[in-house]
Write a protein that binds this ligand. Structure first.
Ligand code: CAA
Length: 445
């Protein structure tokens, strides 16, 4: 069967940066290490006043098309995944297509366009849609453009404010992909949950502590479901495990649970038994509380073992490097984690061709999905072409007063104009409102 997967990616970060230990922590009266060590974040990327989900998505897509030599006729489908949409009817993909049509001679009139919503997991669901469309043979030789774009802003003073971020990732899905092949097998953990939602409001209502528990519960279910179709996952079969990363500290919790799960009944559990004992099994306890208490103790000890820490350093830590500098990009976050891992392998001079990634996506509300991916032999050229380090370094570093202003400028309930902090250069920008309340854009040469 012909491989189907991600042929290329491009990342576009918001042009501003909020320094969490240096600027945010002192204003909040918090220890900077709460952000750097606790949440695992150094900075948030933030949109300038002329940026939004359309500009960032279109800029990522434009860069990808230019680099891969793609024309609109090569693209039969454009799906945008976002939880920051501003229109309940007209999808963001139409705005993105409109932007791109301004810079290409041809158009996307024969492409199917849509917008996908299920919190942060919508980016992965859009990949599924593209994969299924190609597998069904309905693509007429064309590929699909999937764009995950968000301005992940929280209300001022919300605990989530420290985890904000803004950026987009564009992915081209095709047959015989250069970057990764998607597995047919998937596992799901899905339940009606009220942990994070935006009932017709811009900033989310969040039960932060509960959202962490829901993430872990759904992810565990998804892993078990994945194993029920694909067989048990063993640590040695996986090279990296990129997870949805609302903040790296969340992944630290998920990774420990995942490790305990995948070493159960393996020689690794046996090797560790001398040091920390075997994992507690529910049948050995009279009550569920006793079992859970024993489990907590086992996990506390497991976390401190050299074996676990080495595994974490090799398989998880490399997935977090970009996230630490940009915060949460909601729908794009797990795809940024994949890019971080591949980028770190490239920097280390490793050959990943044929190796396996275990991807853990998550969306509040809530659903987790697990699948695997096989790295393809064009991966090095694809990752080498990314300019994410340059983009991160070029961001304007906001003062606290700047941050307050630009947060207000992006607050739909406030009518404030803020001068731009950066000068757009070869990119799409927001250019005001049209007669029906639509957003308008232009390309700045
Ligand atoms: N030095 C080192 N560590 C410190 C510290 C210090 N001085 N001070 C605090 N910490 C640690 C804490 O111990 C904690 O770590 P552990 O959880 O491992 O114990 C960590 O820093 C964070 O501290 P708090 O729990 O006190 O932080 P908080 O309550 O202010 O905020 C949060 C945490 C509730 C998760 C908040 O960031 C939030 O609401 N975030 C938005 C919701 C979210 O991202 N949820 C994640 C799951 S849902 C999801 O994934 C979907 C999505 O994208 C939103």
């Amino acid at each position: 069967m012909t491989a189907v997967g991600i042929d290329a990616i491009e990342i576009w970060t918001g042009n501003l940066k909020l320094d969490l230990p240096g600027t945010f922590a002192p204003e909040k009266g918090e220890d900077p290490e709460k952000y750097t060590k606790g949440l695992g974040l150094n900075a948030s990327s933030f949109p300038d006043s002329y940026e939004d989900i359309v500009t960032m998505g279109a800029n990522a897509a434009h860069r990808l098309m230019e680099r891969k030599g793609l024309e609109p006729d090569d693209i039969g489908r454009i799906d945008v995944a976002t939880e920051s949409s501003f229109d309940n009817s007209k999808p963001v993909s139409t705005y993105v297509a409109g932007c791109l049509e301004d810079v290409y001679d041809s158009d996307f009139h024969h492409a199917n366009k849509g917008e996908r919503k299920f919190a942060c997991i919508a980016g992965t669901q859009s990949l599924d849609d593209a994969y299924n469309w190609i597998r069904a043979g309905r693509n007429r030789g064309r590929g699909a453009l999937v764009i995950a774009t968000d301005t992940a802003l929280y209300a001022r003073g919300d605990a989530g404010e420290a985890t904000q971020g803004a950026g987009a990732i564009a992915m081209y899905i095709d047959e015989d992909p250069d970057l990764i092949e998607l597995s047919a097998e998937q596992g799901y953990g899905s339940a009606d949950e009220t942990d994070f939602l935006k009932p017709n409001q811009q900033f989310p209502s969040v039960d932060g502590k509960r959202s962490v528990q829901v993430y872990l519960a759904r992810m565990r279910e998804a892993l078990e479901d994945y194993e029920s179709v694909a067989g048990d996952v063993h640590p040695e079969d996986i090279t990296f495990a990129p997870f949805h990363t609302p903040f790296p500290g969340m992944v630290r919790k998920a990774a420990l649970l995942a490790y305990r799960h995948i070493i159960r009944d393996t020689s690794i559990e046996d090797d560790l038994a001398g040091e920390i004992g075997r994992q507690p099994r529910p049948e050995a306890f009279d009550t569920d509380d006793d079992y859970r208490e024993a489990l907590r103790e086992y996990m506390d000890e497991l976390k401190e073992t050299d074996r676990y820490q080495e595994w974490y350093a090799e398989m998880i830590d490399p997935t977090l490097s970009i996230s630490r500098e940009v915060g949460n990009w909601y729908t794009g976050s797990v795809h940024v984690a994949r890019a971080s891992a591949l980028k770190s392998a490239l920097e280390d001079g490793r050959d990943l061709t044929g190796e396996t990634l275990l991807i853990g996506s998550y969306g509040s509300g809530a659903q987790a999905e697990i699948h695997t991916e096989t790295v393809q032999d064009g991966w090095e050229d694809e990752i080498e072409a990314l300019n994410v380090d340059e983009q991160l370094a070029a961001r304007y570093d906001l003062t606290w007063a700047d941050y307050e202003d630009v947060h207000d400028a992006h607050n739909h309930e406030m009518d404030v104009d803020v001068e731009e902090f950066t000068t757009p250069d070869e990119e799409f920008v927001f250019d005001g409102w049209g007669r029906m309340g639509e957003r308008q854009y232009r390309y700045v040469e």
